[in-house]
Design a protein around this ligand. Structure first.
Ligand code: ARG
Ligand code: GLU
Length: 723
């Protein structure tokens, strides 16, 4: 890279970072954006004009009374909301799914039966589950990026930044007593510290059966119209001082600083709405050449290999409830990405996003060529283009290795095999027990016969599609079995110590490292890892090293070019964000017409007792027949009544926003976010307000199911229900 070091230095001299501190842009009414709560003041006028009825500092403030104290990071990948003074948390069904799986067995099949505690003492502890509160966020860019001399190489720059980040995190932790984490925003043009508190005694309170909580399954996933009661309830417990504590049966329900009031009076199309949560990752500002890495390579390869994997898993799960219970949680995650990427590719294609980026880049280049204050800018796009083309082949290989060879669970256990070897070689207290426990956990959710089948299906794809990256050892293995993948699979699974818990235990008792080193699973793993370490990972690391500063500068230049005309939100990075917009419907592709809300009649209309995904529980059908809706019904066709189930809004969300509170103009809870529409799954890369919609469960459906279906009306007494 010739010009790069030079123009980076030029950039540093121009000192345009100052430009990025605040926005003075007038806001358009297109509702793209997920905003940093401490910066909502900049949007206050716009939000009020759109319909917000409370001051923005009720949504977030630094003195501990903001509604941010009622939004939680649920586990490691979802959002939840506090809905009572006794630490009750509402989130999605699919967010509680993994925890419930750990509590489930053939005897206690909560996916079939649901779970409803009848009093606090019946709530079930969920080991490992955490709930994290964000107390405060502060812009610390000045404390991280000061005095970085032009002569600094990128790696030294990163080193200095890392040192400052760690020192500052430590300082914040000492001075506040809170956990502190500093994250980059705008591709490293800003840094913010996030001060959090994590509770670790979390208990299951309520969980509808899959017939409600995953109703519609993969068929309806990422689609509208939707009829899923995708919610579950947990409770946060604290030590006697109200602080986070390890599980103890004497812990007390946590008394939160804030909790959401619940609006029972509904909403209508056009009403102001907000979603408050933890979107994980968006990449709205990348160049066309980077977008192509996703659309040409990542998405298609993942879809191809996951289609094969899902075929195998689905069949095995259908045939055997035990396999279902073992695989249901990991399968859901796999299928969720698989379907989303299909929608994403389709949306990007139909909306001609590559062309739009090209147009935008053309304008950018014209601007850059004549922009004397940012002389480096003109080199950025060509440099990004060259850098991305150099990574394409390695990226392709990586996808085939990860989703193909390492998509086979037995081979993917390689690192756990290494840990075992390590524990034998350098015995440390407790280490062997830890390793053993991890393997026990693995076997709890593992079916070797299913994995063997998968081996015989994924291996041929790997050989055919990525022949240059197939290790010699793989060819030997296949040849030794006459080129027959099924035979090869049988041989590997029949002889490996790791494909059977009994053989694993024998190996453990023998503590014989030679046996481990000769194991076929170990050998396959190492053959593929060798290729990966030699030919793939170095190229990817080099790419990351080059693209990171380019992206930072490209972001900075886009901000410099357009900040006066539009507000830029920082890409999602799992930090707390608020999006605002309106309740708004869509005319989906397919036979259904325009709508913005679904109801219980629609659930019943989809009932198909012979199809697991669409099997409505008998008790729900009974409630429907008796119209036993309690307080939760709305008028339906003049003379009838029904219960609202799900609704649409044009709020910008992403993965991680699952379980997020959806709020009305008063900041009251009207629903729980859980998905996006098919037309808009591309919104992590390109948000188009005319087709992007988020899907939420109506809070009245949640309350109806808790009270009438679950018989857990006692929970409603601790909530603040407002008309
Ligand atoms: N698509 C939603 C999300 O990304 C819901 C996923 C859970 N539902 C399912 N059928 N897998 O998480
Ligand atoms: N269902 C997604 C999740 O689990 C949330 C929403 C989305 O990606 O649209 O995070």
């Amino acid at each position: 890279m010739t010009g790069f070091q030079g123009f980076r230095n030029l950039f540093l001299k121009t000192g345009i970072l100052a430009l990025m501190v605040g926005f003075c842009a007038p806001f358009s009414s297109a509702k793209e954006g997920m905003w940093l709560p401490p910066k909502l003041k900049l949007h206050a006028n716009d939000m009020r004009a759109e319909g917000l009825e409370i001051p923005v500092d009720q949504l977030y403030n630094a003195n501990g009374t903001g509604l941010n104290n009622a939004v939680v990071l649920f586990g490691r990948g979802c959002t939840g909301e506090i809905i009572s003074a006794q630490g009750l948390v509402l989130t999605n069904h699919h967010c509680g799914y993994g925890s419930v799986q750990r509590l489930s067995s053939m005897q206690n099949d909560y996916f079939a039966a649901g779970f409803w505690a009848k009093k606090k003492s019946e709530e079930l502890p969920c080991p490992g589950l955490t709930v994290t509160f964000v107390r405060k966020m502060e812009n610390v860019t000045d404390k991280i990026t000061y005095d970085l001399p032009d002569t600094l190489s990128e790696s030294s720059r990163n080193e200095v930044i890392n040192i400052r980040v760690h020192a500052l995190e430590k300082g914040y932790k000492l001075s506040t007593g809170l956990d502190a984490s500093i994250k980059p925003f705008y591709e490293g043009n800003q840094y913010w510290v996030i001060l959090t508190e994590t509770y670790r005694d979390i208990r299951l309170v309520g969980f509808p059966p899959n017939g409600i909580g995953t109703f519609g399954g993969d068929t309806d996933n990422w689609m509208w119209p939707r009829h899923t009661g995708d919610f579950s309830l947990f409770r946060v417990y604290a030590g006697t001082d109200g602080k986070p504590a390890d599980y103890n049966k004497d812990n007390k329900p946590y008394q939160p600083k804030q909790f959401f009031s619940i609006s029972t009076s509904g909403y209508k199309e056009g009403d102001f709405a907000m979603v408050y949560g933890f979107p994980a990752i968006t990449r709205e500002y990348i160049s066309q050449s980077q977008l192509r890495l996703i659309t040409d390579i990542q998405d298609p390869i993942r879809i191809e290999l996951r289609t094969k994997k899902l075929d195998v898993w689905n069949q095995a799960m259908k045939a055997d409830r035990d396999v279902f219970l073992k695989y249901t949680s990991k399968r859901a995650g796999l299928a969720n990405g698989w379907k989303k990427w299909q929608g994403e590719l389709r949306g990007l294609r139909l909306n001609k996003v590559a062309d739009k980026k090209e147009e935008q880049e053309f304008a950018f280049q014209a601007w850059a060529n004549s922009e004397s204050s940012l002389p480096y800018a003109r080199y950025l796009l060509p440099e990004i283009q060259a850098t991305t083309s150099a990574v394409r082949q390695a990226l392709r290989a990586e996808e085939y290795i990860r989703e193909g060879a390492l998509g086979i669970e037995l081979i993917a256990q390689g690192p756990a095999m290494e840990k075992l070897l390590e524990a034998w070689r350098k015995p440390k207290p407790d280490e062997l027990k830890k390793v053993h426990d991890a393997w026990v956990g693995f076997y709890k959710n593992y079916d070797p016969a299913t994995d063997e089948k998968l081996f015989s299906v994924l291996m041929p794809a790997f050989f055919e599609d990525a022949p240059h990256y197939v290790p010699a050892e793989f060819y030997f293995g296949l040849r030794a079995n006459n080129g027959d993948y099924v035979r090869w699979a049988r041989h590997v699974f029949g002889t490996s110590a790791f494909s059977s818990e009994a053989r694993f235990n024998a190996l453990l008792a023998s503590a014989d490292s030679n046996r481990l080193l000769a194991d076929p699973a170990w050998q396959l793993y190492h053959a593929i890892e060798n290729i990966r370490k030699q030919q793939v990972l170095p190229v990817l690391a080099d790419y990351a090293r080059r693209i990171q500063p380019l992206n930072r500068l490209y972001m900075a230049a886009q901000l410099a070019k357009d900040s006066a005309q539009r507000a830029f939100f920082p890409d999602a990075n799992f930090s707390l964000r608020l999006s605002y917009g309106h309740i708004k419907g869509i005319d989906p592709d397919g036979p259904a017409g325009y709508s913005w809300q679904t109801n219980l009649n629609g659930v019943i209309a989809k009932d198909q007792p012979s199809v697991e995904e669409f099997r409505v529980p008998e008790k729900l059908k009974l409630l429907y027949e008796k119209k036993d809706y309690g307080r939760w019904s709305i008028p339906y066709h003049d003379t009838d009544r029904t219960v609202p189930v799900a609704f649409l809004a044009d709020l910008h969300t992403s993965g991680g926003n699952s379980g997020s509170p959806v709020l009305n103009a008063k900041g009251q809870l009207i629903g729980t976010n859980f998905d996006r529409v098919w037309e808009g799954t591309m919104s992590d890369l390109y948000f188009d307000p005319s087709v992007c919609r988020n899907i939420s469960v109506d809070i009245r459906y949640t309350l109806f199911i808790i009270e009438k279906f679950g018989g857990a009306g006692w929970l409603l007494k601790e909530m603040n229900l407002v008309k």
